[in-house]
Ligand binder design. Structure first.
Ligand SMILES: Nc1ncnc2c1ncn2[C@@H]1O[C@H](COP(=O)(O)OP(=O)(O)O)[C@@H](O)[C@H]1O
Ligand SMILES: [Mg+2]
Length: 316
């Protein structure tokens, strides 16, 4: 279960404004990928291109042999059924209770009986830990519960691919930690491909199998988590370690004067690579690999203290 997404040479602009160009990457089937990037670098635009809501100028997005960038409306309609999407704010209908919100895609897209719908809605509410809250209105519950309700709705048609647009925005660190654990548990359990757009460095460091970084109108890097967390590439290093020193400035990239002023400044050492967050439900990740394997295979020495059980805490 879970399908691969193969993106090749993708470019998107609005009028004269290029958002990103020549983005190529493969999201492996069943794995978790995180896409990072400063605000406004086109992360949401990228997700919208993947589900065919925005058409790229050039390039291809191939899923199960169909190129979303060039296929017919009819094929697009079919391909979209593979996706579940969790939008930034949960995108709940405010006047419907959680039950009806979660049931909505089933009533819209299937001919299931209300009794079948009930079974599916309750199964998904249970998956995200919301049993008992079916009658609540979105406005009556916390942001964390709204995200989980949005997630239940995203799962209701049994997607092969789940896209998350900043699932942790507006959540406190403890709620974010719970949501991250839920995401990892769900990935192991339902075995779909997950792509998460986030700003949260701790999420990026511990949750995914692969990380991508959009910066300055291109994909700066995409690859296994350990590759990016051990990378000395200046943009990757700066972003993944939330540092001020580096090419990224307050509003956009730093200019030559700003960079010259930084020259010779000692960079703090790379922090240890934390252990990957493990599923708490006893089901292994589909892509479970021994900690440090990528570094060993590629002759990279990980930062001291990496892959110790408490390294995640040390970087918080
Ligand atoms: N439908 C659209 N029409 C024109 N410009 C858009 C549209 N959607 C997004 N943009 C522009 O694309 C850029 C990237 O937006 P977005 O993907 O929302 O960034 P991010 O999610 O990384 O913060 C922004 O400058 C935004 O104004
Ligand atoms: Mg966005």
């Amino acid at each position: 279960m879970g399908v691969e997404i193969k993106v090749d040479g993708l470019t998107k602009s609005f009028g004269k404004q290029v958002i990103w160009r020549d983005v190529s990457l493969t999201v492996p089937a069943g794995e978790i990928c995180v896409m990072l990037g400063p605000s406004g670098t086109g992360k949401s635009v990228f997700l919208k291109a993947l589900i065919g809501l925005l058409k790229p100028d050039t390039g291809s997005i191939v899923i199960e042999g169909t190129d979303i960038a060039s296929c017919s409306e009819k094929d697009l309609y079919e391909i979209r059924k593979l996706f579940g999407v969790l939008f930034q704010d949960g995108a709940m209908f405010g006047s419907m209770n959680l039950y009806d919100n979660v049931a909505f895609p089933l009533r819209e897209h299937t001919r299931k009986s209300e009794s079948d719908i009930r079974d599916i809605v309750m199964e998904k509410m249970d998956l995200v830990g919301l049993v008992g809250a079916e009658d609540k209105l979105p406005g009556e519950i916390s942001g964390g519960m709204r995200k989980r309700a949005g997630l239940a709705r995203a799962l209701v048609l049994d997607p092969e691919i789940v896209l998350f647009d900043e699932p942790d925005s507006g959540l406190d660190p403890v709620r974010t930690a719970f949501l991250n654990q839920l995401i990892v548990d769900l990935n192991a359990q339902i075995d779909a491909t997950f792509l998460i757009v986030t700003h949260d460095i701790n999420t990026a460091r511990t949750v995914p199998d692969n990380i991508g970084l959009l910066y300055h109108k291109h994909l700066a890097m995409f690859g296994p988590r350990e590759m990016l967390l051990s990378s000395e590439e200046p943009v990757v290093r700066q972003f993944l370690n939330a540092q001020r020193v580096g090419p990224i400035g307050m509003s956009e990239e730093k200019d030559a004067n700003e960079l010259a002023a930084e020259a010779g400044q000692e960079l703090p050492p790379l922090p240890p690579i934390p252990m990957q967050l493990e599923p708490s439900n006893g089901i292994p990740r589909r892509s479970q690999r021994p900690p440090g394997e990528w570094c060993r295979d590629h002759g990279v020495t990980p930062p001291p203290g990496s892959f110790q059980a408490d390294a995640a805490i040390a970087t918080r």
